[in-house]
Every structure is written in structure tokens, then in C-alpha cells.
Design a protein around this ligand. Structure first.
Ligand code: TMP
Length: 253
């Protein structure tokens, strides 16, 4: 069988050519990075967990009419997605001050924000993904005003959906990052949610204890990352069983 063509390799995922035009296969690696890849590790089982969790969130979004790139999961580490033109902006939605906004503006972590705050970061590893204003985005042509309006609207809808979902299992959605892509239907263009939604790209705190259940466990050396992600998956009913003992998560289909 001919080897399939790798289209792109990022820090946590690989994209391969898909079986049909306009599709790609997204492979989830076990690699974890933080601080623009200054800190790296391989976390056994992380790719499997994120594949399942991203499937779960994207499927739910598709069901409520928020369009995403997700088509179907293929196996433990791969999913079939629609190929998109990624807009070079990370869309961050925040409900509670944490991470960079806490540091930048001197707000204590855990302070609820008066309303969801949406920020855009320019996707450029060499620059460390800097925070940018709408002025920069429009002036440099990274997106149009219509794109920005659509990205804000998608961000808020994803926020409402995920906040409710997590609240139901005792988790506070502190903030998250999504990426948005363009797809073309003939002459008609629209924006859809792309990339992944997983504990790599969210901040998730247990409502009772405040325990962190997201990638901050790795960024801040707070414990076992796969254990935290497994707990998120278990609560959401995404992975019904886990092997006992020292081995990392095992999926039961
Ligand atoms: P920040 O507080 O570090 O700006 O992160 C905000 C949210 O975005 C948080 O949920 C983690 C997520 N995030 C990513 O998914 N990728 C990144 O490269 C960074 C810096 C943050």
C-alpha cells in the first residue's frame, strides 16, 4: 500500500492527506509542549484521550448547529476532518482570570471576569504568538471585519456550550482557545471551528476543590497529566473504563 502523504506536522498533531478531496486525517500525538515548546514531554495516552475528547466536543457542537471540521473518528488516534484554510489567529475566550491575562493585567488568578472576554493571538511561533488588537488584524489583512464578527460569535457559542457541559460534571471552564478555518462551497465562504478542543487548549478547574484538570498540570508541574485528562473524560462519560495499575489509559470502544 502506498504511504499516505503528510501535509503538516505541529507540536501535538500531524495532518495527512484524506481519502477524499477536501478531507484530511488528523493524528493526535502523545507529545506535550509548553512555553512555545521550551518545555517538552511525551505523555503516554494523551493523544488517545484528546482524540476522543475532541470528537466528543466537536460532535456536540455540530449537533447544536455550530459548524466544525470534525467528520468522524477513524481509530484511537485519528479522525477524519474537513480541510480548511486556517485563519492565523488563536481565539481565546476567558470567563475567569488565569494565565496570561492574570499576569499581564495584574488580576489575581480565579477572579471571575465581568463578562466573557475574547482575545486574538497571532499564530507565529517565532514571535511567541503575540496578543493582537483588531486594528492589527484588519490592517495586516489576517481577517476581515466580517470574519472577526463571525469568530466572536463562534467563540461565544462554543463558550456557552462547553461551559454548560462542564458545569454538569462539576468542572469550571476558566478559558479556552479555538482555531477557526475557512471552507468554500463554490463561491460561498464560511468559517468553522477547526484544530482541536481538548484539555490541552482549555483551563478546567474542579468546582469544589479548584483542582486543575488541564495542561497547566504539565506547564506548572502539578502532577500526572494523563490522570487529569482521564478524569475529565471519565466525568464526561467519554471513556467508561480504565486499566488499573501503572499503565496509562486504555480505551474500550
Ligand atoms: P493563556 O492564559 O496562556 O493566554 O492561555 C489561554 C488559553 O489558551 C488557555 O486555556 C490555554 C490556551 N492556550 C493554547 O491552547 N495554546 C497556547 O499556545 C496558549 C499560550 C494557550
Amino acid at each position: 500500500m502506498a504511504r499516505r502523504k503528510k501535509v503538516y506536522e505541529g507540536k501535538a498533531k500531524i495532518l495527512y492527506e484524506g481519502p477524499e478531496p477536501g478531507t484530511l486525517v488528523q493524528y493526535f500525538k502523545d507529545d506535550a509542549t509548553a512555553f512555545n515548546a521550551e518545555k517538552r514531554a511525551t505523555i503516554e495516552g494523551k493523544g488517545v484521550l484528546n482524540n476522543r475528547l475532541s470528537e466528543f466536543f466537536m460532535t456536540g457542537l455540530n449537533t447544536i448547529g455550530v459548524p466544525t471540521h470534525f467528520i468522524k473518528r477513524i481509530n484511537m488516534r485519528e479522525q477524519l476532518i474537513r480541510a480548511v484554510e486556517i485563519i492565523p489567529l488563536e481565539v481565546v475566550v476567558r470567563n475567569v482570570a488565569a494565565g496570561s491575562i492574570a499576569k499581564r493585567l495584574g488580576i489575581e488568578e480565579g477572579t471571575p471576569l465581568p463578562r466573557p472576554i475574547i482575545e486574538f493571538y497571532f499564530k507565529d511561533d517565532a514571535l511567541g504568538d503575540p496578543l493582537v488588537a483588531e486594528e492589527h488584524i484588519l490592517a495586516f489583512g489576517w481577517a476581515t471585519q466580517q470574519d472577526l464578527d463571525d469568530m466572536v460569535s463562534l467563540g461565544l457559542r462554543v463558550n456557552d456550550f462547553l461551559s454548560g457541559l462542564f458545569l454538569g460534571v462539576g468542572i469550571k471552564l476558566v478559558d479556552f482557545k479555538i482555531e477557526i478555518g475557512r471552507i468554500w462551497d463554490g463561491d460561498y465562504m464560511r468559517l468553522i471551528v477547526a484544530d482541536e478542543i481538548s484539555p490541552d487548549s482549555c483551563r478546567l478547574w474542579d468546582i469544589e476543590t479548584g483542582q486543575k484538570l488541564d495542561k497547566d498540570v504539565f506547564r506548572r508541574d502539578l502532577g500526572d497529566l494523563a490522570d487529569a485528562y482521564t478524569e475529565v473524560a471519565r466525568r464526561l462519560g467519554v471513556m467508561p473504563q480504565r486499566e488499573p495499575g501503572p499503565t496509562k489509559p486504555t480505551l474500550i470502544n
